[in-house]
Design a protein around this ligand. Structure first.
Ligand code: FES
Ligand code: FE2
Length: 342
């Protein structure tokens, strides 16, 4: 199988001058956002999220009056009320009530809070701090919405690590037979086969064959790793392809949300068209918790904490580290990323 054809301009040619604020980032699992305000942080910006009758809403977590965190407040009649003096904001961010002013008194026009775009996708809440220049990463082949697949996302982990380091770890083939040798090793053993890494309109991709499966890796700039695993018909233990059944396919994604330059929320989600009668926890939910714990110790120990994007920094092996080298070169093309990347 060859790397998928490139139909649009490679991402690396599109991003000059882009900043991390120009992307959608996942911030919360949908179950973490309810009808009362809750605090999150994205790229060092404190956010308050809530859900009203029309959907999720994200604001800067800062009351315009005296700078109190609005996440300390409460929602009444669908409006967010500040815990300090009760100024109340509607879903557009406009202040609609100031208890200390008499009934009918005009509300200053400047009395409004900063609102951010927020949407739900893949059971996660995504926020863009600027007008987003790129779409949320696309799940391969529409599997997430496909009723013949079972899909789920688990609650995030928080690592004391830079998002670039964490994302590179998620795409690192070389550590599977070392760190995770008891859980998710490559079946062909620790030697990494040659695999082409190609630029795409969203970042980069690579196809890796291991025993009876093909892995299609995608890195969506800046911090999403997607891996689609397809069973080869000849090696399918159930022989399902031969009797007209679909080839087993499983796809997972690790979405890395930069809380700040030193902390990352990591969301895992997956889709599968087999093992449909297994619970999500039994299929991969519990396994992923163990695997993430193994990775956390490793990645939190990395120094420098920021991922070096110049290839002359750190040492690389041409074949085993091919995806990582491509990823670092991609990140190196991003500018205006402040302290989050070197
Ligand atoms: S600080 Fe929010 S109402 Fe005064
Ligand atoms: Fe790992």
């Amino acid at each position: 199988m060859s790397v998928q054809s490139i139909t649009k301009r490679p991402f690396g040619e599109q991003i000059a001058g882009a900043s991390l604020e120009d992307f959608w980032h996942p911030v919360a699992h949908v179950s973490e956002v309810g009808d009362q305000p809750k605090a999150f942080t994205l790229l060092g910006e404190r956010l308050v999220l809530l859900r009203d009758a029309e959907g999720v809403v994200a604001f800067q977590d800062l009351c315009i009056h005296r700078g109190v965190a609005l996440s300390l407040g409460s929602v009444e009649n669908g409006r967010l009320s500040c815990a300090y003096h009760g100024w109340t904001y509607d879903r557009t961010g406009a202040c609609v009530h100031i208890p200390q002013l008499g009934e009918g008194a005009p509300i200053p026009r400047k009395a409004r809070i900063v609102k951010y775009q927020a949407v739900e996708k893949y059971d996660l809440v995504w926020v863009a701090l600027n007008e987003p220049k790129w779409d949320i990463p696309q799940w391969p082949d529409g599997m997430w919405e496909d009723p013949s697949f079972r899909s789920h996302a688990i609650l995030p982990k928080v690592w004391k690590a830079n998002a670039g380091r964490a994302a590179e770890n998620a795409a690192d083939l070389s550590h599977l037979n070392h760190v995770h040798k008891d859980y998710i090793p490559l079946h062909d053993g620790p030697v990494i086969h040659r695999h082409e890494v190609a630029p795409t309109e969203y970042g980069l991709t690579s196809v890796y064959q291991d025993a009876g499966v093909i892995w299609e890796w995608q890195i969506h700039a800046p911090f999403t790793v997607i891996a689609k695993k397809t069973g080869l018909p000849a090696a399918d233990p159930a022989g399902s392809a031969a009797d007209g059944q679909p080839v087993p396919v499983m796809c997972w994604a690790a979405f890395h949300s930069p809380i700040d330059e030193h902390h990352t929320r990591i969301f895992y989600a997956s889709s599968r068209n087999h093992s449909l009668d297994m619970s999500d926890a039994d299929f991969d939910g519990e396994l992923i918790q163990l695997v993430f714990d193994q990775d956390q110790v490793i990645v939190e120990s990395q120094r420098p904490e920021h991922i070096p994007v110049e290839l002359r920094e750190e040492l690389h092996l041409k074949v085993p580290d091919a995806i990582a080298m491509g990823y670092r070169q991609l990140l190196g093309k991003l500018s205006k990323v402040g302290p989050y990347l070197p």
